[in-house]
Structures are given as structure tokens and as C-alpha cells.
Ligand binder design. Structure first.
Ligand code: SF4
Length: 127
């Protein structure tokens, strides 16, 4: 079975495609959102959009996917990426043997972020 077989049941393929890309038209996403609400493959669509768009910014995202607008998907991806980064920081910190600068290099952030994440985790553990 194709990885795209779910698209055979996509309701947007049976409606006006412009409703899913109203950027600049002055129209909103309301009509598209109603279609997505009733779509049987919404979950697969959401997963596909996440893979397709990755961690791109709001400007890199276009149209409605799974009932979500570009800004909402960008916010969700950013939250997911930060959660993954924070989890990596905590794993490396717990393992020991690396200072904040080394952890920051691996995690792709600065040392202040490492201090903030580990301090927050320590505070939460103490609460
Ligand atoms: S959930 Fe995805 S596949 Fe379904 S109508 Fe909306 S955009 Fe199309």
C-alpha cells in the first residue's frame, strides 16, 4: 500500500482547492476548516503535514492542513522542537561528563538555555 493511500479519502480533493489556500484573497479558512472537521483522514493528514513542513517557520507554511492554519502548525512544531531539545539537554546532563557549553553545542543552543532547562527541571523535581 502506498504511503499516500490515505489521500484517496481526503475530502479536500472533492471540494474547492482554493478554500484551502486563501492567503491574500481576503477570505479566511472557515470553509476549509468545516471540511477538515468532517474528514476521515485528518490524523494522517496532520502527520503528513508535520513531515512535509518539518520545523519550517510560519512563512514556509501554506494553506490549511488537518484543520490547522500555517501559524498554528508553526507554533506546534516549535513547541515540539523545543521539547525535544530540552529532553536532550536533560539526558546529557543526567549522563554527566559534559559541561554546559558542550551540552549546548550538541543540543544546538547556548549555555544559558542549558542552565535554564536544568534549573527548571531541578525546581520541578524539588516541588
Ligand atoms: S484533514 Fe487534510 S485531507 Fe482532510 S480535508 Fe483537511 S486538509 Fe484535506
Amino acid at each position: 500500500m502506498s504511503a499516500y493511500a490515505w489521500m484517496d479519502d481526503a475530502l479536500c480533493a472533492q471540494t474547492d482547492p482554493d478554500a484551502f489556500h486563501p492567503e491574500g484573497s481576503g477570505h479566511g479558512y472557515r470553509a476549509a476548516a468545516k471540511v477538515c472537521d468532517a474528514c476521515p483522514v485528518r490524523e494522517a493528514c496532520e502527520q503528513h503535514a508535520a513531515r512535509l513542513e518539518g520545523t519550517g517557520s510560519h512563512a514556509d507554511r501554506h494553506g490549511m492542513w488537518a484543520g490547522t492554519v500555517p501559524r498554528a502548525r508553526a507554533r506546534r512544531a516549535d513547541t515540539t522542537a523545543k521539547a525535544q531539545r530540552d529532553a536532550l539537554i536533560l539526558r546529557l546532563h543526567a549522563r554527566g561528563g559534559m559541561d554546559a557549553d558542550e551540552i549546548a553545542t550538541v543540543a544546538g543552543c547556548d549555555a544559558r538555555t542549558v542552565y535554564r532547562v536544568t534549573a527548571t527541571d531541578r525546581d520541578e523535581a524539588a516541588a
